[in-house]
Design a protein around this ligand. Structure first.
Ligand code: ARG
Length: 593
C-alpha cells in the first residue's frame, strides 16, 4: 500500500537502503546509503552508490554487492524493481502511482505546495547589505542585498527564525573628518534643523577627504573629533547622528525599490563592548601583544614579508577596528540573539577576514562548537566585456540610477510590445509591469549566476524575453496561469484537489511531474549551500519541461474529462511552483506581461 510521509522521497529511499545494508552487513556501524538524485536520466530518478565503497572495504565484487542491495531493499510500494548498473550503482525509478499521489498532496496545499516547515527550527542571523555611512552604496552592496534577501526568504519559508541584520559601517576614524567638515560647511545641521540636506553624500565625502588630504590643520581637527565622538561629546554625537540619518534615508530608497526588509544594527551598536572584548581576548591568551598592537594569530596566514599575518583587534594607537567589532558582534549574536547559524554575505575579498574572525571566535568561546559561522562570498559585478563597472564618464554607477534605468527600459519594451500586439493596458498597470520586470530583471540576473563567479551586467540580456531571465519566467508564469484559467475549473479548494487523479501516461507528463516533485529537495539543497542559482536553474528546467508537455499533450482539448482535469492540474501546479520560486527570489508575479 502506497502512503505519503513527511520525509522527502530521497529520505524515504535512504532509510530503505539503510535497512537493507543493516541486514546485509550487520557488523557495519551506521552504513551510509549514499543516496543521491540520479546523475543520468537512464539511471532512473535516484541512485545509491553504497555498493562501491562497501565492496572495496570488504574486498567483494561491487556488482554483486549492488545486486544484493537491490534485492534486499524494500521499495515495491514506491519504486519499480531497482536496477543495477556497472560498476555497482543501484538505480531507482519512482512508480507513476506514487508520483501521482505526491502531486495530489502538493495540489491540495497551494500555499506551501506540500512542503512542511522544518521541525528543527534554527535561529539564523543573516548579516547582509551592510553599506557604509556617507559612502556610496555600490554594486557590491547591491549583490549582498539581493543574495541576502533571497537566502532569508528561503530560510523563512522553511520555517527558520531569521534575523535580517544590516551591519552598516557607521563607526570608525573616517567620522572625524566628516564631522569636522560638517561643522564647517553646515553648522545649521547641528542645531537640529531638520530641513538641512547634504545633497549628494558621496560628493560630501569626497570634499571632506580632499580637505583632509590637503590641510594639516584640518587633519588635527578631524583627529580631535574622533576622540570627542568616542568620548560622547554632545555636538559631535549630534553631527554623527545627522550624517547617519542622511545616509539612512538614501539607503532606504534603495531598499524600498527592491522591497527588502532589514534591521539596522551598525558597527556603533557594539561600541560599548569593544574594550571588554579586547580584555577577554587578552586575559584568555587568545590575543597577544605584538609591536604594541593586540593580535590574534589564527591559521597559517602569512603576509607580504612571509611574516605571520594576525588578526589585529586593537591597533598600537589603542584604536579599535573592523575586526574588533566583528568579534563583539559574534559574542552578542550567540549570547543575546541565540543564533545557531550566522551568515555573512559579502564579496569574496573578505574571505580571509572572516576565516580569521570565525576561528578566533571559536577559540575564545564566543561561538559555541555547534554554532555555524559561514561566510557566503560572491564575485564582482562587471560591465559587458568584463571591465570595471563604471558610467561612460568613468564615474561609479549610482544604484538608484542603475535600478531606475532598468525600470525605464522595461517600460519601453512593454509599451513596444503592447503596440505591436495591438493591446491596451492602463497607465497604472504599465507602471507596475515596468517596475516588476525592471527590478526583477536586475535581481534575477544576479541570482542566476553561481554567486562565487563574477557576473557581467547587461540590461539587454537581463531584460530579454528569451533565455533564463526574469521576463521569461514572469511570462511563463502568466501564460501557464492563463491556460489553467481558460480551463474554468477550480482546483484551489483542498477537497477538490485531493480528488484529482493524475494521469501520467505521456513521457512529457511524467517528466514534468517529477520535476515538480523536486521542489522540496531543491530548497533543502539551497538551505544548505546558500546558492540561489539552483533555484533559477530549477525554474528554467521546469519551464522547459512544461513546454515539452504542452507541445505534446492537448490540455483544453484533451480526449477525456479526467485527462483534461489532470493536465489542467499540472498547469496549476507548474504555475504555483513558479510563483513560489519567484517569490523566494523577491520577484512578484504579474497576470499579463
Ligand atoms: N560594511 C562592510 C563593507 O562595506 C560590510 C560589512 C559586512 N559585515 C560584517 N559583519 N563585517 O565592506
Amino acid at each position: 500500500e502506497v502512503s505519503v510521509t513527511s520525509m522527502t522521497t530521497r529520505e524515504v529511499l535512504a532509510t530503505r537502503v539503510t535497512e537493507a545494508l543493516n541486514n546485509l552487513f550487520p557488523d557495519e556501524e551506521s552504513p551510509d546509503p549514499q543516496l543521491t538524485a540520479a546523475t543520468r536520466p537512464e539511471f532512473g530518478d535516484y541512485q545509491s552508490n553504497a555498493a562501491l565503497s562497501l565492496a572495496k572495504k570488504k574486498k567483494m565484487n561491487p556488482l554483486q554487492v549492488a545486486e544484493e542491495i537491490a534485492k534486499h531493499t524494500k521499495t515495491d510500494d514506491i519504486c519499480e524493481q531497482p536496477q543495477v548498473a556497472p560498476p555497482g550503482f543501484v538505480n531507482f525509478t519512482l512508480k507513476k502511482e506514487y508520483v501521482a499521489l505526491l502531486l495530489q498532496k502538493m495540489l491540495a496545499d497551494p500555499q506551501r505546495l506540500g512542503i512542511a516547515p522544518r521541525e528543527k527550527k534554527q535561529r539564523v542571523l543573516v548579516d547582509f547589505s551592510s553599506p557604509n555611512i556617507a559612502k556610496e552604496m555600490h554594486v557590491g552592496h547591491l549583490r549582498s542585498t539581493i543574495i541576502g534577501d533571497c537566502i532569508c526568504r528561503v530560510l523563512e519559508f522553511l520555517g527558520h527564525d531569521v534575523l535580517r541584520i544590516n551591519h552598516v559601517g557607521d563607526w570608525g576614524t573616517q567620522f572625524g573628518m566628516l564631522i569636522a567638515y560638517l561643522k564647517q560647511v553646515k553648522p545649521d545641521a547641528l542645531i537640529g534643523s531638520t530641513t538641512t540636506s547634504l545633497g549628494d553624500l558621496v560628493e560630501f565625502y569626497k570634499a571632506a577627504k580632499k580637505k583632509f588630504d590637503e590641510d594639516s590643520e584640518f587633519q588635527e581637527t578631524a583627529r580631535r573629533e574622533v576622540v570627542a565622538l568616542q568620548a560622547g561629546d554632545e555636538s559631535s554625537v549630534r553631527a554623527w547622528s545627522f550624517l547617519c540619518e542622511q545616509s539612512r534615508k538614501e539607503f532606504q530608497q534603495i531598499y524600498d525599490m527592491l522591497d527588502v526588509k532589514l534591521t539596522e544594527r551598525g558597527e556603533s551598536f557594539y561600541n560599548e563592548w569593544l574594550g571588554e572584548v579586547c580584555k577577554e581576548l587578552e586575559d584568555s591568551g587568545v590575543a597577544v601583544r605584538d609591536e604594541g598592537a593586540l593580535c590574534i594569530f589564527v591559521g597559517g596566514h602569512t603576509g607580504r614579508q612571509g611574516k605571520a599575518q594576525p588578526l589585529i583587534v586593537r591597533k598600537s594607537d589603542g584604536g579599535f577596528n573592523y575586526a574588533t567589532t566583528d568579534m563583539a558582534a559574534i559574542r552578542y549574536r550567540v549570547k543575546e540573539d541565540k543564533a545557531d547559524r550566522i551568515l555573512y554575505i559579502t564579496d569574496a575579498g573578505q574571505a580571509l577576514h572572516f576565516s580569521q574572525v570565525f576561528e578566533a571566535a571559536k577559540r575564545m568561546g564566543y561561538a559555541k562548537p555547534e554554532t555555524k559561522l559561514e561566510h557566503v562570498p560572491f564575485g564582482l559585478v562587471q560591465s559587458e566585456g568584463g571591465k570595471k563597472f563604471k558610467t561612460r564618464q568613468g564615474e561609479t554607477v549610482k544604484l538608484k540610477d542603475l535600478l531606475q534605468e532598468a525600470v525605464r527600459r522595461a517600460e519601453e519594451d512593454f509599451r513596444n510590445r503592447l503596440q505591436a500586439e495591438g493591446r491596451e493596458e492602463s497607465e497604472e498597470y504599465i507602471k507596475r509591469v515596468a517596475h516588476v520586470i525592471g527590478i526583477g530583471a536586475v535581481k534575477y540576473a544576479d541570482l542566476k549566476n553561481n554567486r562565487t563567479s563574477n557576473y557581467q551586467f547587461s540590461y539587454t540580456k537581463m531584460l530579454s524575453l528569451q533565455g533564463n531571465t526574469a521576463p521569461y519566467m514572469l511570462y511563463a508564469f502568466a501564460r501557464i496561469q492563463g491556460i489553467y484559467r481558460k480551463g474554468d475549473i477550480d482546483l484551489n479548494q483542498g477537497h477538490q484537489a485531493e480528488n484529482v487523479q493524475f494521469i501520467l501516461d505521456d513521457p512529457t507528463e511524467l517528466s514534468l511531474a517529477k520535476m515538480l516533485l523536486q521542489l522540496e529537495e531543491m530548497l533543502f539543497l539551497l538551505e544548505r549551500d546558500l546558492k540561489p542559482n539552483i533555484l533559477c536553474d530549477y525554474m528554467f528546467e521546469l519551464s522547459q519541461r512544461f513546454n515539452q508537455f504542452y507541445e505534446n499533450c492537448p490540455v483544453l482539448k484533451a480526449e477525456t474529462v479526467d485527462l483534461r482535469t489532470s493536465r489542467l492540474a499540472l498547469c496549476k501546479l507548474t504555475a504555483n511552483t513558479l510563483a513560489l520560486c519567484l517569490h523566494l527570489l523577491g520577484i512578484p508575479t504579474l497576470e499579463r506581461i
